[in-house]
Design a protein around this ligand. Structure first.
Ligand code: PEP
Ligand code: MN
Length: 337
């Protein structure tokens, strides 16, 4: 529910309300506006008397939150969230471009791509150190050595770094290197992992599950937020459909739909959606035109020898071309690139 405090409510009134709610086991989230303060309260309402709460000092009204995702939804927070990631932000008037190879393969490979994507205008580096592969025989990543390589490349280029964490036991380790942690599509409903990253204060890039509805995806965000970490960024990366001509089907409508339902920023990942480099450019332009806050693009200097997802990776020069093409589209939707 949302407790709307009167314009003249004092700090003591707000604190007394928070204490009362906490006594009943509620988690509270005060939002201080210019004139009004509202308190989002999430918990079990059965033991609580609404009439008594309404009688407390400074209370104007109490309204229920109808959607199951209380913190991720727009009912409690109307304004779009802008989330700081290292030296940049996601969700404001600038398109975020997260780029890099699927996997960190070696220091030479990663630092080369990092420099190239930075030159072309990427704002965050990506790369997998712990890889979730469909086959148990595929390359599973360099693990901590990969994290070190990535951190160094981030420091050299001045770009924040984003990498996936697969296991609740690795969260502390990954958080100690990364500026943003990624939850992969296959882990979107790994609730233990979601709770664990929710205990950290690093921003979380939450990919949509392979066959997840938008509501399930927002509930996964809610898991993270309910632990205290509200820095969640959604990532649409294509869903399973009956259509085999692309690896997944890029759900363009997920962008305006989640924008309407949630204040969280949304990034599009056309690489994992298409599964082939050929369509990455058109899907990227479409996603930005539809209102995405940014893109995640896989880039590799030699896609034909890449250890993971080579077929969907852009060569650095094609990535640079895409950045040029994106500019007028970003302008058309009133965003900077
Ligand atoms: C990735 O980003 O490399 C990845 C494995 O993505 P997804 O979880 O969307 O398949
Ligand atoms: Mn990949």
């Amino acid at each position: 529910m949302i407790i709307i405090m009167r314009n003249n409510a004092t700090k003591a009134d707000i604190e007394a309300m928070e204490r009362r709610l906490a006594d009943f086991g509620f988690k509270t989230h005060p939002i201080y506006g210019e004139t009004k303060t509202v308190i989002g309260a999430v918990g079990d309402k059965r033991r609580l008397s609404m009439n008594q709460l309404l009688m407390m000092n400074g209370v104007e009204n109490i309204v229920p939150i109808m959607k199951p995702y209380k913190l991720a939804g727009r009912e409690l927070q109307k304004e779009q969230s802008v989330i700081p990631v290292g030296n940049t932000t996601i969700g404001g008037d600038r398109i975020t471009v997260i780029a890099g190879p699927c996997a960190i393969e070696s220091r030479e490979q990663f630092s080369y791509v990092a420099k190239k994507v930075k030159e072309a205008g990427a704002t965050i580096l990506r790369g997998g150190a712990f890889k979730q592969r469909s086959s148990p025989y595929s390359f599973a990543g360099l693990e901590e050595e990969g994290l070190k390589i990535m951190r160094d490349a981030g420091d050299e280029t001045g770009l924040p770094i984003c990498t996936e964490v697969l296991d609740p036991r690795d969260v502390d380790l990954v958080a100690s290197y990364a500026d943003m942690m990624q939850i992969g599509a296959r882990n979107m409903q790994n609730f233990k992992l979601l709770r664990e990253v929710g205990k950290h204060n690093k921003p979380i890039l939450l990919k949509r599950g392979l066959s997840s509805t938008i509501e399930e995806w927002l509930m996964a965000a809610e898991y993270i937020m309910s632990e205290g970490n509200e820095k969640v960024i959604l990532c649409e990366r294509g869903i399973r459909t009956f259509e085999p001509s692309t690896r997944n089907t890029f759900d363009l409508s997920a962008i305006p739909v989640t924008k309407e339902l949630s204040h969280l920023p949304i990034i599009a990942d056309p690489s994992h959606a298409a599964g082939t480099y050929k369509y990455v450019s058109s899907l990227s332009l479409g996603a930005v035109a539809a209102g995405a806050d940014g893109l995640m693009i896989e880039v590799h200097q030699s896609p034909e020898t890449a250890m993971s997802d080579g077929e969907q990776s852009l060569m650095p020069e094609h990535f640079a071309e895409l950045m040029t093409k994106l500019k007028p589209v970003a302008d058309a939707v009133g965003k900077k690139l």
